[in-house]
Design a protein around this ligand. Structure first.
Ligand code: ACM
Ligand code: ZN
Length: 759
């Protein structure tokens, strides 16, 4: 809180001071992540790139190379005579009377972590102080962002330090393969946003991506498939092919390329953490080396056989080569989603379990992971695994990457292990970020940049001691539905910028409204940099909250755009700049047609939102279940279907109630009531096994005993239709009744409904 106050105070001073003749500088709207404090000094600075960099102490070759290879820096000179660094004088040196000087000082006076820094912008020069090169590097990154303002910079001192030591981005290069140039571009952007761990998901069933000298079939065959697009391959025969096949698609990174990436990352203070998946997600390995599966048959298994000693020798050989390439202390062993079915029947696995007193296949998985972990420990490394590694007992020294919610991370931390938070609901950038029907196909789910920004990686249930074991947070980029580099960037940006602030900023009460101007500016900046960022949502975001005391719906409208205004109508006309301007929430009782749109500079920015809103007649009435809902998706529990809360685009948002069988509920309105609509909304997303009901029947009654059927609404959406689909089912017409029986016939998988609207 102290830091926030300092920041606000500094801004206030800045605004007061600069308020006279000059345009108020908006440098603060450029910085992501937001620094701890900015102290504004009197007067403006005249600094501008290119910069001459002078270091007063020995800096590492990584940092000097970064400076030498970046066009924003004209030259680099080390004043330390003991330095064995080659000084570079750029051939543009003769322009140096226009350049500004940056002095780098390694100084123990800067407190806190190695990544902390102090950046002082003077009248004509810049000084960066830090404990280490990492801090100097981040001072330079902040300076780079500051120079992207069109406005004059005030003289100032920025003091800054990261909240978390682990600030990660993951990239799956198995489902789709990406060039080294693409990887380097992402590393550049990670550095720009002060992220410092690149989790490289190098192996998975859709293709092996790492050259392993000892096992050439991994890159001769397992890295290739006769389909470019993952979905076609997955829905097709899921075969691999020879790299020499005419249709071969895919690829792998050579040892030289991976070393090059590691070095490029290191120059940007980024550690590359390779992931080699075990014991599962290994279909590609077991297609070419089937002897390491329980069945021994190619294309039969996704899990390695932990009963076979040779499996361990094989994986150790691979890790020997991994460790040669990747100096990272932490190596990722995968560990997620093992089926373990083969293990239950495999004589070797059963023998292993007997001999080691392992009571089930979960403990066998734990044995597997622990044994590989111990191997890495013996080589001076530690390891990370997805949260399934908790099942059957967590290995010593293991770091848990919590992805199925936060529970895995919490459990790990409470048992004294480190954890990295990557829960699907906040950190999976493969979910839709805008209204799904307007977007290229994604795997499902809905994760807006605002929701990413809202994430707090330290769960409330942890005390201060436990919280220290949360190493940080990571955005995960699973690429099943990202067939091109351009599309992959579209899914990463701008969400990663929001996550970067979550990971770095110490602000205890981050505010979306405060972030909004900055993220708007950054979307433009990203595009100027040639990054294919998704746009922010230009449509009106409408939320409804029932006020059950006053019996009305509180309707709020918002937009991601800044600056922007919202205009709306309730008379059916199209919104224009002459319509009502939205200033505060509307309180609505009777069914009302709202039309609203976002305007930027008086021009409509997105689509017109059309929404019927009411405080409907079933809210807070009595609901009885003649069936059970899924414990996994209870939404608001027994009241969920008449609580006045509606679900969004993803079934995991806590508003959608899930059913695995037929649904059958009765609403008692308390008295005989005139009705012209009884409808519930369902969804279909076949990827995660979510379907519409086969049909809905609505019956009404005056006495709760004798019912009359008023509607049978049969599903007309093909069960194989892709996308994220919504449809209302129920009754429209004239009726009068006290009791409503709403029945939905289950098809398969999950059936989700958010609310039964009665009007
Ligand atoms: C995962 O998303 N399967 C870790
Ligand atoms: Zn086996």
């Amino acid at each position: 809180m102290k830091k926030i106050l300092a920041f606000i105070a500094a801004l206030t001073v800045a605004l007061a001071y600069l308020n006279c003749t000059e345009k108020v500088p908006d440098f603060q709207s450029y910085l992501i992540p937001k620094p701890d404090s900015i102290e504004i000094k009197r007067g403006y600075s005249s600094i501008k790139p290119p910069f001459e960099v002078v270091s007063e102490s020995n800096i590492t070759e990584n940092l000097s190379n970064y400076i030498l290879n970046n066009n924003i820096f004209l030259s680099y000179i080390s004043l330390n005579k003991k330095s064995n660094m080659v000084d570079k004088q750029s051939d543009k040196k003769n322009t140096s009377n226009n350049s500004s000087k940056i002095t780098l000082q390694l100084s123990k006076s800067v407190d806190e972590s190695d990544e902390s820094y102090q950046l002082e912008i003077g009248k004509n020069s810049v000084t960066i102080k830090a404990n280490s090169d990492a801090g100097l590097f981040y001072g330079l990154q902040t300076l780079i962002q500051l120079t992207e303002t069109e406005n004059k910079l005030p003289q100032m001192v920025i003091s800054d330090s990261p909240r978390f030591e682990y600030r990660g981005m993951h990239l799956d290069v198995s489902r789709h393969f990406y060039s080294v140039d693409f990887i380097k571009k992402q590393l550049d952007m990670m550095a720009y946003y002060k992220l410092n761990r690149f989790h490289w998901h190098l192996t998975d069933g859709a293709g092996w991506r790492m050259e392993v000298k000892k096992y050439p079939l991994l890159t001769d065959i397992a890295a290739w498939r006769p389909y470019k697009n993952w979905k076609e391959w997955y829905k097709g025969d899921k075969l691999y092919c020879s790299k020499d096949d005419e249709n071969a698609n895919g690829g792998y990174y050579t040892v030289e390329q991976m070393k090059d990436v590691v070095e490029y990352a290191a120059q940007r203070n980024i550690t590359v953490i390779p992931e080699i998946e075990l014991p599962s997600h290994s279909e590609e390995v077991l297609a070419v080396y089937p002897k390491f599966s329980c069945t021994g048959i190619p294309y039969k298994s996704s899990d390695f056989c932990p009963g076979n000693e040779k499996t361990f020798e094989f994986l150790q050989d691979i890790f020997d080569e991994v460790l040669e390439i990747f100096p990272s202390k932490m190596i990722h062993l995968g560990g997620d989603e093992a089926g373990k079915a083969d293990w239950k029947k495999c004589p070797k696995c059963l023998k292993r379990m007997r001999e080691n007193n392992l009571k089930d296949v979960d403990e066998l998985q734990s044995y597997f992971v622990s044994r590989m972990g111990a191997y890495l420990n013996s080589k001076g490394r530690t390891f990370i695994g997805w949260d399934e590694i908790l099942e059957g007992g967590l290995a010593e020294n293991a770091v848990v990457m919590s992805w199925r919610g936060e529970e895995g991370g919490i459990k790990a931390v409470k048992s004294g292990h480190n954890a990295i938070m990557t829960p699907g609901g906040y950190c999976y950038f493969d979910a839709y970020q805008l209204e799904p029907s307007t977007q290229p196909e994604a795997i499902g789910g809905y994760l807006t940049v605002e929701k990413v920004y809202s994430y707090n990686p330290v769960p409330d249930s942890l005390n201060n001691e436990e919280a220290k074991f949360i190493m940080g947070v990571q955005g995960n980029v699973w690429t099943e539905y990202m067939p091109t580099p351009k599309h992959t960037e579209y899914m990463i940006y701008p969400r990663i910028a929001a996550l970067a602030e979550v990971a770095w900023s110490n602000s205890e009460n981050r505010s979306w409204n405060e972030f909004k101007p900055r993220i708007n500016r950054h979307v433009s900046l990203l595009k100027e940099k040639g990054v294919n960022s998704c746009n922010l949502n230009a449509d009106v975001l409408l939320t409804q909250n029932p006020d059950t005391i006053n019996n009305y719906m509180v309707v709020e409208m918002n937009t991601d755009l800044y600056p922007a205004s919202i205009y709306y109508t309730i008379d059916g006309s199209e919104p224009t700049v002459n319509s009502n301007v939205y200033k505060k929430p509307l309180n609505i009782t009777d069914p009302t047609d709202i039309k609203a749109a976002v305007f930027v500079n008086n021009v409509i920015a997105g689509n017109i939102l059309k929404k019927n809103v009411s405080y409907h007649k079933a809210i807070n009435k009595k609901l009885t279940y003649n069936c059970i809902y899924s414990w996994q998706y209870p939404a608001g529990g027994d009241k969920a279907l008449i609580d006045g809360y509606f679900g969004g685009f993803g079934y995991g948002d806590g508003r959608w109630q899930g059913f695995l069988k037929d649904m059958d509920v009765v609403i008692d309105l308390g008295q005989k009531t005139k009705i012209n609509r009884i409808e519930g909304k369902f969804m279909q997303i076949i990827g995660p096994w979510v379907w519409m009901p086969q049909e809905v029947e609505v019956l009404v009654s005056d006495d709760g005993v004798n019912y009359e059927s008023v509607a049978i609404d049969k599903n007309d959406i093909p069960v194989e239709q892709d996308g994220v689909l919504f449809r209302y089912f129920g009754f429209k017409g004239d009726a009068e009744a006290r009791f409503i029986n709403y029945k939905a016939k289950h098809y398969k998988g999950f059936m989700f409904i958010d609310e039964i609207v009665v009007e």
